[in-house]
Design a protein around this ligand. Sequence first.
Ligand code: MG
Length: 302
Amino acid sequence: MSDYDIRDPRFARLIFGAAKLEHLWTGGRWVEGPVYVPAAKSLVWSDIPNDRLLRFDESSGAVSVFETPCGYHNGHTLDHQGRIIACEHGGRRVSRLDFDGRWTSLVDRFEGKRLNSPNDVVVHSDGSLWFSDPTYGIDTHYEGHRSEPDLDGSNVYRLDPATGAVSCLVTDMVKPNGLCFSPDETRLYVADTGATHVAGMEGLMRVYDIDAAGRPVDGRLFATSPAGLFDGIRSDAQGNIWASTGAGVAVYAPDGTHIGGIVVPEIVSNLCFGGPKRNRLYITAQTSLYSIYLNAHAAGWR
Ligand code: MG
């Protein structure tokens, strides 16, 4: 069976027909939040219900525990200095792993109220951190600590780590989840997994234009998930959006056309580009870690 679902010639140019989906590891309960750490030639990711971080050593193929307990991390990214930025369900905060090995809390409140449970985070070229804040880490004890929310809704926020200033940027989604910028940062894409809480709702991805003041505006539907829900999303250098779904990875051209996908035998939660050339797509899916080499690479990589 092919690992690919080719729907458009544009997708065929993004893959190598002979490149196989590689199964790298199994053993998690719900794995998420992969981040590629180039200087360590490693991928770090979350196993949320087990409250641990795992590390895949790209040189040896070995998988080991990176940190446990860790505070029920979900999404991660790297800042421009190469430090890991984490969304913590347990601590209900966004934090940073500093070079001395200690975690520093960057934000845990908005206007005096505790965040829900930051889910996914991306870094802007200006150094700001944009993160989603749905309630999955406080809805139950499985992925964090059950608690009532302090905030009224689930939003997307921008943190300026230099000043600590936090602004609320997206308030029109049910459960904002995975997010990414277009390569030129004129657009912000956000997955909405509100179907977990709203009967009849589909898995959605919305797109916002970034206005002259740097705020997302004119939010509109970009795509509806072909299976299950969209979760983590990433843009490649050409602006194609690689999206996690219930039946693998779905890929969308910038015009919103579903051009193809990668078939994965588990529910895909998240993905990221890695490898020395950022052309290896790492995929976290339910209990396992997978990867596949692409004829495409991460936005921002040259
Ligand atoms: Mg997520």
